[in-house]
Design a protein around this ligand. Structure first.
Ligand SMILES: [Zn+2]
Length: 474
């Protein structure tokens, strides 16, 4: 093997190391805990957050002003991406960009590369591809019209999967940005495991971290995410890197949401909204409206919810369909909403609001392929289920937001004022909300705010019980 380095299989549970892979650790008995790891003679300096290496740092008093926020940054030139990054790429930072295959990660990164290569100082960008050939990348760039001028000269593409070679190239060329597409395809010569294995992904990331911290080069790694939403490769990868971004959306639809789930140099409160088109990803002018579906008529099973994505209010349409089941155990299918919350809401609706769904199949999703985890989605989801069961649309122009408790009681959500203002701005006339704790109801021009205490009240206020009831309100 290369360079006199040796690999050992190290137990991730107890730290014991052995020469060959075994299914079970002999020391602690844990299964599948052995990961191939490079063992080096001399310990390397440990790379700490923010690029400091251990050893020389002196303690600093809390009262002393710090340099947080003063990291040298380079704007990528894509407003929504720069915002999610916290104001651009920090020198020496390592960013992991995750998302399902085909969602647009490579497209976004080519556009980011173009922003750097065509930006101030115009440094070159090194784009290492292990997924596609150079000509495939070039073809994609041509579709995005990025192959001519300073940008076309400034982005250098190399088809390479050896992490050692990528690091050597970056040391020699000193790019303003290094893109590695993807971390699952690169491998170290020093390990026997295949690319994408836990040991390889971790070793490759560590080598790129050292490059980033040592040379001040920002590195963006692409990481593919499997259907169930986990990054293919180890969870430890997310702990290693400085920033974790994810691209979400419906591959067949046009909208993409960019989220930061970790950011050492900024907040994780920002989201970016893009639209995928012929010329790549473009920023959406009015993100709050982007995820609303268009209906000519109010449809049963549809409820609009003003959710908060980070600090940004976005209106999403919750859709539910319930139908009598033919099977002994009815289906509960959720997409974009938490399946456990869906099951719980079905139970609470049955026991506390007289909406029995025990003999019905239940399907729920969010329009536009969005995925929302906040508890405030409970109430709109429950109302969508009730509306679908009764086959009556909810009162026109209504939004709803609130958490549902096990007793059918409703709980307030944070940021109510911001959410409702956005709903009013987009033309909604009525909002169903739980009473805010210890605070006054926000008064918003043009918006009737209806306080509901229980799920039963909310269903009564939102879902017309007779045909035509839904149309009588303004
Ligand atoms: Zn062990």
């Amino acid at each position: 093997m290369a360079r006199g380095a040796q690999s050992r299989y190290v137990c991730q549970s107890c730290g014991a190391s052995v020469l060959r892979w075994e299914g079970q650790c002999r020391t602690c008995g844990e299964w599948n805990s052995l990961v191939e790891t490079v063992v080096r003679e001399e310990p390397r300096p440990r790379v700490l957050a923010g690029g400091a290496t251990g050893g020389g740092a002196a303690p600093v008093a809390l009262s002393h002003p710090t340099e947080a926020g003063d990291e040298p940054r380079r704007a990528v030139g894509i407003g929504e991406l720069d915002r999610v990054l916290g104001g651009g790429l920090v020198a020496g930072s390592v960013v992991l960009l995750g998302g399902e295959p085909g969602i647009g990660k490579s497209t976004l990164l080519l556009q980011a590369a173009a922003g750097v290569a065509g930006g101030p100082g115009a440094p070159m960008v090194l784009y290492a591809t292990g997924e596609e050939s150079v000509s495939q990348v070039r073809l994609r760039a041509a579709r995005l019209e990025l192959t001519s001028g300073a940008v076309g000269d400034g982005i250098r593409v190399v088809a390479e999967t050896g992490v050692g070679r990528i690091v050597d190239l970056a040391r020699a060329e000193r790019p303003g940005l290094l893109v590695v597409d993807s971390v699952q395809t690169v491998a170290s010569e020093e390990l026997d495991g295949p690319p994408g294995s836990v040991g390889q992904v971790r070793e490759a990331t560590q080598r790129l971290m050292e490059l980033a911290k040592g040379e001040g080069v920002p590195v963006i790694l692409v990481g593919h995410v499997t259907k169930d939403g986990t990054l293919a490769g180890p969870k430890t990868l997310e702990h290693l890197v400085d920033v974790v971004l994810s691209v979400e959306g419906d591959r067949t639809g046009g909208l993409r949401l960019l989220r930061a789930t970790k950011n050492r140099f900024g907040s994780t409160e920002e989201v970016g909204v893009f639209e995928m088109g012929e010329r790549g990803l473009t920023e959406v002018a009015d993100p709050a409206r982007a995820f609303l579906a268009d209906h000519d008529e109010p449809a049963p099973g549809s409820v609009v919810a003003p959710v908060l994505e980070g600090s940004r209010p976005i209106l999403v349409e919750v859709q539910a369909l319930v139908a009598p089941t033919g099977a002994p155990s009815p289906r509960r299918t959720a997409s974009g909403v938490d399946p456990n919350r869906l099951a719980l809401l079905v139970a609470v609706l049955g026991r506390r609001a007289g909406i029995g769904l025990g003999s019905h199949d239940v399907y729920a999703n969010l329009a536009g392929g969005l995925s929302v985890g906040e508890p405030g989605l409970d109430l709109p989801l429950a109302l969508a289920l009730a509306s679908s069961l009764r086959d009556r649309p909810i009162v026109t122009g209504t939004v709803a937001i609130g958490e549902v408790g096990l007793l059918g009681e409703l709980r307030a959500v944070g940021g109510l004022d911001r959410r409702l203002r956005e709903a009013a701005r987009l033309g909604f006339a009525r909002a169903l909300v739980p009473r805010p704790r210890g605070r006054e109801l926000p008064a918003i021009a043009g918006l009737e705010v209806v306080v509901v205490g229980t799920l039963r009240d909310a269903v009564r206020a939102a879902v017309a019980s007779q045909p035509g009831d839904g149309r009588e309100r303004p």
